[in-house]
Ligand binder design. Structure first.
Ligand code: AMP
Length: 641
């Protein structure tokens, strides 16, 4: 075994998508192949190829998925539904699979693919999964530059022994030693660092997993290990879900809506098709489904989304779907998942414990839908964790489990102390620290911010981590935007920014404009991917640059604040100059110009001004402007009276 090969990767072998991740001293991260792609669709196409061993070659991932509609009988998709099951077990799934499923001599389900008119090929679901695993292994080897032999592979919590064994066998066929099979919800909890520290012990965690075609909710309890140094583990208290519920249903609802309206537009009688897709050719159906999915995804970000579909030479179907309309359409669908949550809670019963639900983790692409997040939050009375990419959480957690087994998690940071300061970028690019390093979690801090331009209706918030004074020298953890601020003069809106780090180390930043009540928020796992060495380096750098950074921060803040003063005083001077004593007016003008010059100089290069002198110039103008303010106020009272 050469250097590095003792690592253990984590693999999420999903029904629709699969991915591989590694957790080393740099923290957990997803690995990608030479194409830069990390998510591999769990789809395999089989083709005749005389040069290939056995005369058949396989195409895995995007290449197979993109042409699945063209070659339905020789494309194996969703084989996870067949792993370790008999034909009878899998009966309900059969109508949804595009290939034939038969039974072998041990009553196990097998995939029958038609390569051409004469040839069929029969493969086990394990063999198909092995093709996918081999592809992931190759990607990991490419990313790491050395061999990969061992893996942790995840499975749904409800998988029985036969299904788990089939998953192990698939790994072996792919040349991987599957050192541990881990439940998907457990992996999701590990990705958030749950169960890795002391504090979380005894906590109950909900994992809500809503993907493209399946929905699972699991309730886990973190059980402390026996005796001193005993490892704590997650016990699955209950699971519920629906293997036929997911984002695809939403796409179908939108397609049905578009079809109905297109028919109306065409004036054609669609009565014989009950609003279904039957009358439209496959290419149109595929296009409509693609449009629908893109509208759905855009509505996760925006208040409305539009499509324009050319239906013939003369007519275009144009449609805008608003978030409100979309939400009333999908509400019953969301409620079905909430019902399953209720069932899971009921089944877990008293085992949930007195502390109640401590955390809710969101997994699967469909949890990006705001209504889903809101309803799940309401149901459990806990703000759900959404900081990690819901498509990657499971693979990242599998990698964390892998690194624990390989003995490499020792370097991981514990989350009870916040290792680096957290803050936001201010106008001019300085870092305003809200939570300073070495604070203990949980921690909370708030600060008021405002706009810097008249009539500004949105504010971009850049969440930062680091010790340096300038945003550019810190690490950006993410950005979000507060929109819908009513237009007001610069400096008037009051935006309250709150930082909240919970006991598990997850940071939630929210911003609220007081007058309009508009809100926006973002979640992140602050120390993700940072090792202790990196934290120490960042800290050392901050000492090195302390003096210089501080000066720069002061100049940047002074530039931003002076600009507001200059604008305000300049306007008032223009209007009320005639009412002022000439000597006072000239003096004020001179001070204003002096500050303007300094601000311009400081904006061009912070080193060109002395922060102390700059500060004094600003103060001098502030003090001198008192008389002008009085005149302005008197004038406005006169106008009102
Ligand atoms: P998964 O099975 O976890 O890969 O989830 C895939 C599902 O998530 C598909 O139905 C996607 O259309 C859906 N999805 C991905 N991104 C978004 C988004 N931004 N908003 C809504 N649904 C999404």
């Amino acid at each position: 075994m050469s250097a590095g090969e003792d690592i253990i990767v984590g693999i999420d072998l999903g029904t629709t998508n699969s991915l591989v991740a590694l957790c080393d001293e740099r923290g957990p991260r997803v690995l990608s192949g030479d194409d830069g792609v990390s998510i591999v669709p769990s789809v395999v196409r089989y083709e005749h190829d005389d040069s290939a061993p056995g005369g058949v070659r396989t195409i895995v991932g995007d290449g197979a998925k993109d042409r699945a509609v063209e070659f339905p009988e020789r494309t194996a998709a969703s084989v996870k539904r067949l792993m370790g099951r008999s034909l009878a077990d899998a009966r309900d799934d059969l109508p949804y699979l595009s290939y034939r499923v038969i039974e072998d001599e041990h009553a196990q389900a097998r995939v029958e693919l038609r390569l051409d008119e004469q040839t069929t090929k029969i493969v086990s679901p394990q063999e198909v999964s092995a093709v996918i695993l081999r592809e992931l292994k190759a990607r990991a080897q490419h990313a790491l530059g050395h061999g990969v032999r061992r893996a942790v592979v995840t499975v749904p919590a409800y998988f029985d022994d036969a299904q788990r064994q089939a998953t192990r066998d698939a790994g072996r066929l792919a040349g991987l030693e599957v050192v541990r099979i881990v439940n998907e919800p457990t992996a999701a909890a590990l990705a958030y660092g749950l169960g890795l520290g002391e504090r979380a012990q005894g906590e109950t965690v909900v994992v809500y997993d809503l993907g493209g075609g399946t929905f699972d909710v699991s309730i886990l309890r973190l059980t402390p290990g026996e005796g001193e140094g005993g490892t704590s583990f997650f016990q699955v208290l209950s699971t519920a879900g629906d293997t036929r519920l997911g984002g695809d249903d939403v796409d179908h609802m939108l397609v049905a809506l578009f079809m109905r309206e297109i028919r109306e537009l065409l004036g054609a009688g669609g009565a014989n098709d009950e609003g279904g897709l039957g009358a439209f050719p496959p290419a149109t159906r595929r296009a409509l489904k693609m449009f629908a999915e893109s509208v759905k995804c855009r509505l996760s970000e925006a208040a409305s989304a539009s499509v324009a579909i050319a239906i013939n030479d003369k007519q275009t179907y144009e449609r805008t779907v608003t978030r409100d309309e979309f939400e009333s359409m999908i509400a019953p669908w969301v409620e079905r998942t909430i019902d399953a949550c209720d069932r899971a809670v009921r089944d877990a019963g008293d085992k949930v414990g007195e502390g109640g639900i401590g955390a809710v983790i969101m997994v699967g692409g469909s949890t990006r839908i705001p209504l889903v997040r809101a309803r799940v939050g309401e149901r459990f009375g806990v703000e759900p964790y959404t900081a990690l990419d819901p498509d990657r959480v499971v693979a990242l957690g599998a990698a964390v489990q892998g690194s624990i087994l390989a003995g490499t998690t020792k370097g991981q940071l514990l989350l009870d102390v916040i290792p680096l300061s957290l803050g936001i970028e201010t106008v001019g690019g300085a870092m305003a620290k809200l939570i300073v390093r070495n604070s203990t979690a949980p921690a909370r801090a708030t600060e008021m911010f405002s706009t810097s331009v008249d009539g500004q209706v949105s504010i971009k918030l850049n969440v930062l981590q680091g010790e340096r004074e300038m945003a550019a020298d810190c690490r950006s953890l993410g950005e979000f935007e507060l929109r819908g601020i009513p237009p007001m003069p610069a400096g008037v809106p009051q935006v309250e920014v709150e930082f909240l780090v919970d006991a598990n180390g997850v940071l939630r930043v929210s911003a609220r404009e007081r007058r309009s009540g508009k809100r926006a928020s973002l979640q992140v796992v602050p120390n993700h991917g940072l090792t202790r060495d990196e934290v120490e380096r960042i800290e050392a750098e901050s000492f090195l640059h302390a003096r210089e950074d501080m000066d720069r921060h002061r100049v940047v803040d002074l530039v931003a604040n002076s600009r507001l003063d200059i604008k305000w005083i300049g306007e008032k001077l223009e209007r009320h100059g005639g009412e002022l004593e000439p000597a006072y007016r000239d003096d004020l003008r001179a001070r204003l110009e002096a500050l303007r010059a300094m601000a311009e100089l400081g904006a061009a290069d912070w080193r060109s001004v002395d922060p102390g002198e700059f500060h004094r110039a600003k103060q001098a103008l502030d003090e001198a402007s008192v008389r002008l303010q009085e005149v302005a106020i008197a004038a406005s009272l006169r106008e009102q009276g």
